[in-house]
Design a protein around this ligand. Structure first.
Ligand SMILES: [Zn+2]
Length: 232
């Protein structure tokens, strides 16, 4: 396979307004200096937040550096997808394969935009390669999940964002399906405080829209085998 057979995709995968918690930050992607300035500003602001909560964090040996830890965690990890560009996704000709591709149990770490509590879970992705279509390296699906998950999220919108990204990258596909099983800390730790509830969202297109389609059945059977439950 030569370099000419590869297709590199850089941009045009974002669907949410710039600046929103589930979108990218203004000026995206930020360089190292810009991230450092952001961490400085956020450190100062989080210190004020703790002070407002009656926390003498400056004199507490466990908390004196907490504002900086929190700021770094947001910029470098929790909201990384808002500031740091996803590495290039390369797609390849499918070379005659026209079947289904499924990746199950892609780990998801995200944060709900409403309460800024973490969301944990898994993402299942399936697609059917079309005639003359393209496939991507399996780990690229994980990268897409990381890119859109590592920011504020509304699970429904996150499902659509991942679906659209896979749809754009796997050209001439016959269908894409994305299913997210998420556990929201904002449900288990605050408000109703219920443990163990999970939220399932599924976005399908193409052949996966047809209830009688074999690929759709294969996708859900595949998830069922792994999780012991049928998600829809
Ligand atoms: Zn929430």
């Amino acid at each position: 396979m030569t370099e000419n057979n590869r297709k590199k995709i850089h941009t045009d995968l974002e669907v949410v307004q710039v600046g929103y918690a589930n979108g990218v930050a203004p000026g995206f992607p930020l360089n190292d200096l810009q991230k450092q300035h952001m961490i400085e500003d956020a450190t100062e602001a989080y210190g004020q937040f703790l002070t407002a909560l009656g926390c003498d964090w400056k004199n507490d040996p466990n908390s004196s550096d907490t504002p900086r830890r929190v700021a770094k965690a947001y910029v470098n990890d929790l909201w990384k997808g808002r500031y740091t560009e996803m590495s290039e996704i390369t797609s390849f000709p499918s070379d005659g394969y026209d079947g289904i591709v499924i990746e199950r149990n892609i780990p998801l770490t995200s944060m709900c935009s409403h309460h800024h509590q973490t969301i944990g879970g898994v993402v299942h992705i399936g697609y059917v390669v079309g005639e003359g279509g393209r496939v991507i390296g399996l780990s690229k699906l994980n990268r897409i999940v990381e890119h859109f998950g590592r920011r504020g999220a509304i699970q429904e919108q996150l499902t659509s964002a991942i679906h659209q990204a896979v749809d754009k990258i796997c050209e001439n596909n016959r269908g894409i399906i994305v299913s997210i099983v998420g556990t929201h800390n904002c449900v288990s730790c605050r408000g109703v405080k219920h443990q163990g509830a999970s939220m399932v969202t599924t976005k399908a297109s193409g052949v996966f829209m047809d209830n009688d389609n074999q690929a759709r059945k294969e996708f859900f059977d595949s998830i069922k085998i792994n999780n012991g439950t049928h998600p829809v």
